[in-house]
Ligand binder design. Structure first.
Ligand SMILES: [Zn+2]
Ligand SMILES: [Zn+2]
Length: 350
């Protein structure tokens, strides 16, 4: 497979590691209509090894986390909401550059890349200067090979708490689903001082992890007769905030029902591009809010350095979610995540 030639604003990154995210396998299952052949992977971290002709803000040897791509000039980007860039679909989900060309070829034919502006299930990835966020060098103790999930899964959970819900210390929050996104929301809510901080998940391993990461209470939804009653017993008048990372109708309804009046629910779980659910309008009256969030509505250039600083302080210990797998064991990594044995597999390169 051949990379390049690079466009003026592109870079090549030699991967140290790349996270395996739920969105990769929903895409592999065909929910996103990608042209074949294509390369997935969108939580890459590595070292810059080549620069396009107009790249001036990065240098060879810089260590970067690759996040989602955004145009950086539309009204949404200008207002600090790159996750809602008007060119988001064209830049992240089509397999080509916006001009229709591909970043990779094989035997003269196109190989589709540009998945989240990176396609990083590879030893080297073509990204753009827009979605590469420089991180402190490994000398500062940051393990470069596991930083990739800061670009998507960890950013999504933390951004939803820090940027969208913005709880104050002492306010209550319930997080439904304790995968990477949910546990990142838990860690962020702990940083914010949320109390009670409740995690809901049927997997005991994940509940134990949530306990260790700052939950004041965890709940097995399969072990109680009524999730709503159980949560009401913990939160009193209901939660100030709820976060749904599952995306099923059942969980969204539970997340609305668990709110106090008024209160806010953020729904993040992606089941499919179209996902009809039914909610009770009665749960929204009295000033309650239901909002959807993509990528934590985060500005990666701000939030990723904030998260690495919190990690350095011991307040965002995301490495506990991660298990490293050699790249050739990608199937084992996916199986372990699907089975709930590992929260966030990261594929690492020698
Ligand atoms: Zn934009
Ligand atoms: Zn992702």
């Amino acid at each position: 497979m051949e990379l390049g030639p690079l466009a003026a604003d592109e870079i090549i990154v030699r991967m140290a590691g790349v996270g395996v995210c739920h969105t990769d396998w929903t895409a592999a299952a065909g929910t996103v209509p990608l042209p074949t052949p294509f390369v997935l992977g969108h939580e890459g971290a590595g070292t810059v090894t080549a620069l396009g002709s107009q790249v001036s803000t990065l240098a060879l040897g810089d260590q970067v986390v690759l996040s989602f791509d955004a145009c950086r000039s539309c009204p949404q980007c200008a207002a600090g909401h790159p996750a809602y860039c008007v060119l988001s679909a064209a830049l992240n989900y089509t397999g080509t550059r916006p001009d229709g060309t591909t970043t990779m070829t094989r035997e003269g034919g196109p190989v589709h890349g540009s998945w989240f502006g990176q396609s990083s299930f590879a030893t080297h990835a073509v990204a753009s200067v827009r979605n590469a966020v420089r991180v402190p060098a490994a000398a500062d103790g940051l393990p470069l090979d596991i930083l990739g999930p800061l670009g998507c899964g960890l950013l999504t959970g933390a951004g939803t708490v820090f940027r969208v819900l913005r709880p104050r210390a002492g306010q209550s929050i319930v997080v439904f689903g304790l995968g990477t996104v949910g546990l990142s929301a838990v860690m962020a809510a702990a940083v914010a001082g949320c109390d009670p901080l409740v995690g809901v998940d049927p997997n005991p391993l994940r509940r134990r992890m949530a306990d260790a990461l700052g939950c004041t209470h965890t709940l097995d939804p399969a072990a109680v007769e009524d999730v709503g009653w159980s949560l009401a017993a913990i939160t009193g008048q209901g939660a100030d905030f709820t976060v749904d990372t599952v995306g099923s109708g059942t969980v969204v309804r539970q997340a609305l029902e668990a709110l106090r009046t008024p209160g806010s629910c953020a729904t993040l779980g992606l089941q499919a591009l179209e996902n009809d659910i039914t909610i009770d309008q009665g749960h929204l009256l009295m000033g309650r809010t239901l909002t959807g969030v993509i990528e934590g509505d985060a500005e990666p250039r701000v939030l990723i350095p904030h998260l690495t600083e919190l990690w350095r302080q011991g307040r965002f210990p995301f490495e506990r979610l991660i298990e490293r797998f050699p790249f050739h064991r990608v199937q084992d990594a996916m199986d372990a995540a699907r089975a709930g044995r590992v929260v966030k597999p990261v594929l690492v390169f020698d």
